[in-house]
Design a protein around this ligand. Structure first.
Ligand code: AMP
Length: 399
């Protein structure tokens, strides 16, 4: 069975075509970028062949998807002989609100709910819906499935998701903590338990998904009980360009001083803050590390602030879980950046965290135990694969 996985943003479409028979295999993948701009970008990488990059204007999502499908069946470049070989399409959908505690096969009702949630996720859900509707037109007889970033966190207890503001805003507008990156947190926790031969139902796990967007989740007996992102992905950790948790009074003060309107505040906290804002150098951790090695103190400060926040959340979630069996690092930074992992785990012996620094220093992009054998808490890097989760969910629901 072949599954096309799509992650549609407002001006981009990431795609992967996977064969899900026996062992999953990525047949082709790539990205369509800068949709609607004068100069669009299309990349395509088929299994065992060189990557292709084409620059051409791509007016809208439907043209972008058409390009993907045509390339997949192209006599020279393609990996399929006909579009009939695509058996199902899985979509990453950012916000499932309280409607979707699980992935869902797309129908009229599901689309109406995804549309309604565009109110609270205006940057993501409308683009996700556009992807679904375009695919319905291009492949009308193929089943489609939506996998939500928020679903895994629907098990949070109410005390963890209600904000300290008038309750009527929850009732009227659904303002509460939802959390994101759910597919990744669930996937790495289950993968680690499988590798260790553990039953997740007896374990307390903290998963640190540290990428350009970053979030931490407390998992008790396989269920998410708290997570650092909130109503939107801007909450929690300091991230690449997002501010994370912030004194709202400070934000109001800055807005008054700089005479910022709501759009400008939105841009400030989402695009100009985080380690980019602190360092003035970059949102990318590799560039920050290079700048720090060259003596840039603000780059070092940004890395220190990031690691400090991760440590704070681990401490908080250890308290909420009443103990921890396993801490997992994943995402681009979590899987690769040994300095950040070391800085987070430093001086945590009281809790039972003890890294083998030599193993930590050489671990990149692999599933590895980093803690010493005598440590009370296991620490691991686990590679995440959100597309694979979406493909597996799509297979499960599309029959
Ligand atoms: P993601 O959003 O999960 O793709 O993660 C992107 C972040 O991971 C960027 O800040 C990258 O600089 C960082 N990253 C990726 N590879 C490495 C690496 N080898 N060392 C340090 N950071 C890395």
């Amino acid at each position: 069975m072949n599954v096309l996985v799509l992650n549609c943003g407002s001006s981009s479409i990431k795609y992967q075509l996977l064969s899900m028979d026996a062992q999953p295999v990525i047949l082709a993948k790539g990205i369509v970028e800068k949709i609607g701009l004068p100069c669009g970008n299309f990349t395509y990488k088929a299994e065992g062949r060189d990557k292709i990059a084409i620059e051409q204007p791509i007016a809208d999502h439907s043209i972008g998807m058409d390009l993907i499908l045509k390339t997949l069946v192209d006599p020279k470049l393609g990996v399929l002989s006909s579009l009939n070989e695509i058996n199902a399409v899985g979509h990453r959908v950012a916000h499932g609100g309280e409607y979707f505690p699980e992935s869902v096969k797309i129908d009229k009702e599901a689309k109406a709910k995804i549309k309604a949630l565009g109110e609270i996720a205006p940057l993501h859900n409308p683009a996700n819906l556009k992807g679904i509707e375009t695919m319905e037109q291009l492949l009308p007889s193929v089943p489609q499935v939506a996998v939500f970033d928020t679903s895994f966190h629907q098990t949070l207890p109410k005390k963890a998701y209600i904000y300290g503001i008038p309750y009527e805003y929850y009732e009227k507008y659904g303002v509460r903590k939802y959390g994101f990156h759910g597919t990744s947190h669930k996937f790495v926790a289950e993968k680690a338990c499988n590798l260790l031969g553990w039953d997740i139902r007896d374990k307390k796990i903290i998963t640190c998904h540290l990428g350009n967007g970053a979030s931490i989740t407390a998992i008790d007996k396989g269920k998410s009980v708290d997570t650092s992102m909130g109503f939107t992905p801007v909450a929690g950790l300091v991230m690449g360009t997002r501010a994370g948790d912030l004194d709202l009074g400070a934000l109001i003060y800055i807005a008054q001083k700089e005479k910022l309107d709501l759009n400008e505040i939105n841009t400030l906290v989402n695009k100009k803050s985080g380690v980019q804002g602190i360092s003035g150098v970059s949102s990318d951790f590799r560039e920050l590390t290079t700048a720090w090695e060259n003596g840039n103190e603000r780059a070092q400060l940004a890395l220190d602030v990031f690691a400090y926040h991760v440590k704070q959340y681990i401490g908080a979630y250890a308290a909420i879980l009443n103990g921890v069996d396993l801490v997992i690092f994943t995402g681009g930074i979590g899987e690769n950046d040994f300095y950040i992992r070391e800085a987070v785990c430093e001086n945590m012996e009281f809790l039972g965290i003890k890294l083998d620094k030599k193993i930590n220093a050489v671990t990149r992009g692999a599933d590895v135990t980093l803690s010493t054998p005598d440590a009370a808490i296991k620490v691991m890097t686990i590679t995440t694969d959100e597309e694979l989760v979406i493909a597996m969910e799509t297979v499960r629901l599309s029959h």
